[in-house]
Write a protein that binds this ligand. Structure first.
Ligand code: AMP
Length: 312
């Protein structure tokens, strides 16, 4: 029941309307693995520099995340991202990206990571995602994310990687950009067709997320929060809840996929309440369960169709 993830492990400098933080622990694979660790055993594949300290390792250890496949380059620097959000927190403005140790990274997976049942290719160079995909030929369900940075600079490579997976988990603007199609439903269908995907998950920030499979559609709202502090990593945290929950299930069918969407949304709703990884790091199971019940109530309605009045 394990899950392997490859992606960025980073230091993030963040600015939101509610404050600023310099060099906090971040990265797509970091947010993903913390979230998924509430549901299953997670192996993280990535690379960090000599500037990665005991404080950062401790976060992974606290959540029993297997870091044996994180390479350390003592004289290199960890991936760095600087981002800003204005009042529309659905839009991240990238101010600086330093690939640093990721530039020359050649992932080599241990047997444990190679044999895991599920694989997630979190946001990083699409060429690296594909290398990891090829090292896990027996994975039962493989999903990937990407972002505008890679779609703009290496679109063909993104599509080549997409052809090797079962599912893509992507935000709405990126789905439109990748499919070159403004209508989100058509874009999802287009992506499914280009890469013969089993599922397409489109994240829509505060408007929730939608799941497209070959013959069904499921929409899930976002949890109605009044205080959104820092949306960084919300998408990765969603993907961690989604894939982590799937890894905990015996069968990956429509029912499991729909509940995975709810767990993804729950985990993302916690992530945005504080800066970086702070909130998910101290999250407890009873809080997840409470939000699961809230989601059930929030989306329930009686199956009583409206009967048209026939009186003259
Ligand atoms: P999200 O808010 O879920 O889209 O992801 C935010 C995380 O993605 C941050 O913690 C960043 O470190 C990481 N990130 C930003 N740009 C990139 C990039 N070009 N490649 C990989 N990871 C990135």
């Amino acid at each position: 029941m394990s899950l392997t993830v490859v992606g960025s492990i980073a230091f993030d400098s963040l600015e939101t309307p509610f404050g600023k933080k310099e060099r906090v622990l971040g990265g797509a694979a970091t947010h993903f693995s913390l979230s998924a660790s509430f549901f299953t055993k997670v192996n993280i594949v990535g690379v960090v520099g000599g500037d990665f300290t005991e404080k950062e390792w401790e976060v992974f250890r606290r959540h029993h995340i297997n870091v044996n496949d994180v390479e350390v380059i003592p004289d290199g620097k960890t991936f760095f991202w600087r981002g800003r959000y204005d009042y529309d927190m659905n839009v991240a403005h990238t101010l600086e990206t330093q690939l640093n140790v990721f530039e020359k990274f050649q992932p080599k997976l241990s047997e444990k990571s190679r044999n895991s049942r599920l694989l997630f290719l979190a946001n990083i160079m699409p060429t690296l995602q594909k290398q990891v995909r090829h090292q896990c030929p027996n994975a039962e369900f493989v999903a990937m994310d990407t972002m505008n940075f890679w779609i703009s600079s290496m679109k063909d490579a993104v599509i080549e990687t997409m052809k090797t997976v079962d599912c893509i988990v992507i935000n709405d603007a990126e789905a439109r950009q990748l499919a070159e199609e403004p209508n989100i439903h058509k874009a999802a269908k287009q992506l499914m067709k280009i890469a013969d995907l089993k599922a397409v998950v489109i994240k829509r920030g505060e408007y929730g997320a939608i799941l497209f499979t070959k013959d069904s559609f499921f929409a899930c709202p976002a949890y109605p929060l009044e205080s959104v502090f820092d949306p960084t990593g919300a998408g990765d945290t969603f993907a961690g809840g989604f894939m982590g929950f799937l890894a905990s299930q015996n069968r990956i069918d429509e029912s499991a996929l729909r509940r995975a969407m709810i767990y993804g949304s729950i985990m993302a709703s916690f992530n945005v309440e504080e800066f970086g990884t702070e909130r998910v790091d101290k999250l407890e199971y009873h809080e997840i369960n409470q939000r699961f019940r809230d989601f059930k109530k929030m989306t329930h309605f009686d199956d009583i169709p409206f009967e048209k009045m026939t009186s003259a």
